[in-house]
Design a protein around this ligand. Sequence first.
Ligand SMILES: [Fe+2]
Ligand SMILES: [Fe+2]
Length: 269
Amino acid sequence: MVDRAPRRHFGAGDGRPRGCYDRGVDRDDFREALLAVMEQKTHWAWPAFTGGRVARARLHVHFEQEYATYVRDFPVLIGRAYVQCPVAAARRELAENLYEEETGGLAAGRPHPELFLEYPRGLGMDLTRFAGELALLPAARAWRDLLDRHTSAQGWAVAAAVTTIFLEGTAYERGELDPTAPRRPAPPLEQHPLVVHYQLPLAALALTRAHRQVEGGHRAAAWRVLLDHAPAGDRAAVVAAMQAQLGAWRAYRDDVAAACGVTRDTFPA
Ligand SMILES: [Fe+2]
Ligand SMILES: [Fe+2]
């Protein structure tokens, strides 16, 4: 037998019924557990990418793997959360994000996957590669397979979490919820690493610009959907899925780093 800590009532002061017990994870613990996952969404090799230490000739691997693992299909992935969700208020938030990602109709003016391609186009890369079937690195394949499992067969809350929180979110998620926590940095576009180190034309930062314009709203909506609408009984599964997604993402980024010639000797953990 395991002693269980007393569970807190959720709802103190937030309009929810008092005395209501969930089955394992209360709302505050759920929020903390999700934030803890996101605060680990960092990778040892990232300074190589932002510091111009990846050879220009290898940089295409990063863009191709990002595009093929989730960028190209992001509207579909979030659509899977939408179609499984019986909560109209949550569906509306998911639909708005889906519409913007698929069409750019609310803010960006073009579909976000298309805007992403402005990075490789601006860097002079061969765009025909992006139009075809890109071969995934082994851990990229595993990461994508896990994304497919989490968005297809484990309920809308898991699908919404791995898409709108994990994929769209950053290590600065706490700053989206807590005004005293650091917010994600937004330096001038002229200081973007691709501009500084690889001479990317500013016009090619269309997706960065669009995300600065619209993703603040998507961040707030993502957290509302999960914290206010995910069934309490699904919270433990959502956290487990997020932790698994994080582990698979780390392995995926290890593979991309290796394929880009970045080694742990140069960037120790
Ligand atoms: Fe979005
Ligand atoms: Fe987007």
